[in-house]
Design a protein around this ligand. Sequence first.
Ligand code: MRU
Length: 352
Amino acid sequence: MMKTTKKRAVPLHEDPIRHIVWKGDRLDVIDQRLLPRRVRYVSCRTAKEVAKATTDMVLRGAPLIGCAAAFGMALAARSGRLKDVLSAEPLLRRARPTAVNLMHALDLMLAVAESGPKETLARRMADAAEKYCRDDIAYNARMAELGAALLKPGSRVITHCNAGALATAGIGTAVGMIRAGYLAGKVAHVYPCETRPYLQGSRLTLWELMQAGIPATLITDNMAAHLMKTVKIDAVIVGSDRIAANADVCNKIGTYGLAILAKHHAVPFYVVAPSTTVDFSTASGDLIPIEERSAREVVEVFGVPIAPKGAKARHFAFDVTPHELVTAIVTEKGVVSPADGQTLRKVVESEC
Ligand code: MRU
C-alpha cells in the first residue's frame, strides 16, 4: 500500500503544474504518457499535430481536449485563410470520439472564424482560444466551491481516472472539488483507483494529489467494494466526458461499476463537470459513442506482455452510468440534484 507523507496543502491558486502553454506560434503540452516518471513537453505547431497529440494521449481529459482543439484551430488560422481553418476542423473533430468538449470547442471556434474579416482571423482565433481556457479555469474554481459544500467534514473519498488539473486548464473537476474540500476540512483522505488499463489514477491523479499535499492512498480498481464495506467511504467523486440530455454520465471505464457499488453501500456518487461536457443533442447515455482503443493497451503494461501471446482482449475506454445512480452533478452553473434531464436543463440553461 502506498501512502503520501503529510505536508502543507497547496492553496488552490498556487498550481505547480503548467501542462498546457500557448506560445502564440505553437502549443506546448506535457506528454502525459510519460508521467510521473518524466516531465517532457511536446510542441504542436499545426492543427494536425494537436490532433495527433490528442489521439495518441499525449494530452487527455475532456476539458483539456477541448482547450487544445481551440488552440489547434488558432494555429490553423495563423495563415489568415478561412479555408485552412475549415480543413483543420474535421481533423481535430476526429481526434477522439467520446469527450463532447472537443465538439463544443470546435463549434465555438468555427463560429468565431466565420464572424469577421480575414485580416483579423488569426488574432480573433488566438483570443478566442485563450478565452476558452480562461473560462475553463473559472468553471473549475466555481465547481470546486459548489462541490466542496456538498461534503460532510472529514470525508474519505474515492475518485477514478484523472479529473484533475492535468485533464483541464484549471484545478480540475473532481480533483478540484477534492482540493477545495480538503482545504475546508471536508476531505480527510482520498483513495484514487489506479484505473486500468491506462493507469490515469496511479500515474496522474495520485501524482497531483501528492503535489497538492493531500493525504492519498492508491487502490486498484477491484478494491473499491472492499473499501466501501470496511474502511467506509463517504463519497465517490468523478469527472465526465459527456453527459446526455437525460443526465446519464459517460466517464472512464470502471465508473459505472463504482456507481453500482456506491448505491449498494449508500455512498453518495458525485459527478463534477462543466456545462461544456453536457450534450443536449444526445438523448440518453446509450447513444454516446464509446471509444474502443487498442487491445495492446490491455494485454501489455508499458510494453511488457501480461497475457499469453495471441490473447484476445477488448479495450472499452469509457462506460455510461445511468442517471439514477448519480446523487448530484456539479456544474459551474449550479448543482443538478436530482440528476435527471429536467433538472439538468434547468440548471445548465440558467443565466448565472
Ligand atoms: O481517456 P482519458 O484519460 O481522456 O479519460 C479521461 C476521463 O475519463 C476523465 O474522467 C474525464 O475526462 C473528466 S476530466 C475532467
